[in-house]
Write a protein that binds this ligand. Structure first.
Ligand code: NAD
Length: 489
């Protein structure tokens, strides 16, 4: 999978980067798999210019049929090259092969159908009828319009999911887009750019993709006055910078940020089933998911049983080569992320915790950025490892003293992205109702779906991605008030 550098997509052309190239690394082997174009300030500037021109000087924002056609074409073209995309995703992201048949690749590609269908049936104009609030009979029309140029900034953990959940609705709504992918996964985005350029009728400049090794290219996108809206997914710390930078030009900001989600087990739940679900959730893709539940909150009287059960379930998880279809827990993305997760494991011990299982490098995996699925015991929700996002296969097990206490612990977090509750019907429903989070799984229910809005309360974000709410994030609202015939003064 080595060869020519992957290109940028600017103004409809596949081009090299002004900054030369930068390597992309296979996290399972620590070996470079190739190089990507390194977009610089001038490249980003040209990409924003191309997106601006495409929005201001073409019919893209008015031609819903063209937009639906292009998005349908893109979905078909991605599906036609899905095996190439799969191999790139496994090699570059370290994504377990099994997950590429679901949330890492296939599901988000298929989900492109939703924004296209929404655009087709959307009420772009709504007649609000005649009213005379100031004495002038007036015909009022509500018009929904795209923002203009959207800057989309993405992380590396689920690159296709986040990319398509942004560019799908942004383009379907009639915006033009500049996508700035994470430096760790440039090939995933560049391959999408190649497919768009070679296999679809998107007009030049409607979608631009600038891979770059330097995070400052993302910052530049948030500052450019020609960009109307920024759609950002990443860490809460970076989200804060994005919001501050965007404030200078009062851009619409949409933020999907970090999480420290709780898995609450009530005393009438099936503890073994809950522990098995908690283990596989936190170990999936090595814990590199914003909404994964990383705090297991169990009844105090079952604490020791829960530790044993969850650790036994963790030890059964297939860790290792992401190419192996049985693997659930592959490597972390980079040496930097591995060092960060290791520093949290060291912190857990310094805070007085113990490892009930894991805590180091998995046996036999001497190369690659692997970390053992780890269960931390003996701490309270005050510990930093229970409050801060670790982004590894690390579960902190906490004790609660009843439903109200469990809810208090779950909500005692700066984040509010997601949660799980296991327990009998009414009690679980009461806890779910009290949770200050964007999505709740009750007894194993699945909230992830193209028509379901996803996002966070508190410091987990602003706005919603996917579903109708996610589509409408990319729309402005205009009202045209026309004096009714014969009503002019
Ligand atoms: P990150 O915040 O380090 O980087 C995300 C993106 O922002 C990258 O493309 C990066 O180049 C860019 N960037 C960095 N500094 C910037 C700046 N000052 N201005 C503009 N852009 C800048 O995040 P990451 O390490 O790539 O991803 C992991 C994080 O993403 C975790 O915190 C995870 O929870 C979060 N995440 C959230 C969701 C969600 O939907 N809530 C989904 C996936 C990941």
């Amino acid at each position: 999978m080595t060869g020519a550098p992957t290109p940028l997509l600017i103004g409809g052309a596949l081009v090299g980067g002004g900054g030369g190239v930068f390597p992309t690394i296979n996290p399972a082997t620590e070996e470079p798999i190739g190089v990507a174009a390194d977009g610089d300030t001038a490249d980003l500037d040209r990409a924003v210019g191309a997106a601006r021109t495409a929005f201001d000087s073409s019919d893209w924002c008015r031609d819903t049929a063209l937009r639906v056609h292009c998005l349908d074409q893109l979905r078909d073209a991605l599906n036609a090259e899905i095996e190439t995309l799969r191999e790139i995703t496994i090699a570059e992201v370290g994504a377990p092969r099994a997950l590429t048949h679901r949330g890492q690749l296939q599901t988000p590609v298929d989900d492109l159908r939703f924004p296209a269908a929404t655009a087709k049936s959307y009420p772009w104009q709504v007649d609000l009828g005649i009213a005379a609030p100031m004495g002038v009979p007036t015909l009022r029309t509500l018009v929904r319009e795209p923002y203009g140029v959207v800057g989309a900034i993405t992380p590396w953990n689920f690159p296709h999911q986040v990319t398509f959940a942004k560019i799908g609705p942004a383009l379907a709504a009639g915006n033009t887009v500049v996508l700035k992918p994470a430096p760790d996964t440039p090939w995933c985005a560049a391959e999408v750019g190649r497919i768009i350029a070679e296999k679809t009728d998107f007009p030049p400049g409607v979608i631009n993709i600038v891979t770059a090794s330097d995070h400052r290219i993302g910052a530049q996108l948030t500052q450019d006055p020609r960009v109307d809206a920024v759609s950002f997914t990443g860490s809460t710390a970076t989200g804060r910078s994005v919001m501050a930078a965007a404030a200078q030009t009062i851009k619409k900001v949409f933020l999907e940020l970090g999480g420290k989600s709780a898995f609450v087990v009530l005393d009438d739940a099936d503890l073994a089933a809950a522990c098995a679900a908690a283990a596989s959730t936190v170990a999936m893709h090595a814990g590199q998911g914003c909404a994964l539940t990383t705090r297991l909150v169990v009844p105090r009287e079952s604490y020791s049983d829960a530790l044993d059960m969850v650790s036994a379930a963790m030890s059964r998880i297939a860790v290792g080569d992401p190419n192996d279809p049985k693997t659930l827990c592959g490597p972390l993305i980079s040496a930097k992320q591995r060092a960060r997760v290791q520093s949290y494991l060291d912190l857990a011990i310094a805070e007085g915790g113990t490892f009930h299982c894991g805590g180091g490098r998995p046996a036999g995996l001497d190369r690659g950025f692997f970390i053992e699925p780890t269960v931390i015991a003996g701490l309270t929700n005050e510990a930093r490892v229970a409050r801060e996002e670790i982004f590894g296969p690390v579960l902190v097990v906490l004790a609660h003293d009843g439903d109200a206490d469990a809810l208090r612990i779950a909500n005692d977090s700066p984040y509010g992205l997601s949660a799980t509750v296991f327990g009998s019907g009414e009690r679980a429903a009461r806890v779910a109702a009290g949770l200050r989070v964007g999505t709740v799984n009750v007894n194993g229910g699945t909230w992830y779906c193209a028509d379901v809005p996803f996002g966070g309360y508190k410091q987990s974000g602003v706005g919603r991605e996917m579903g109708l709410a996610g589509f409408e994030e990319y729309l402005e609202t205009k009202v045209v008030a026309t004096a009714a015939p014969g009503a002019q003064r």
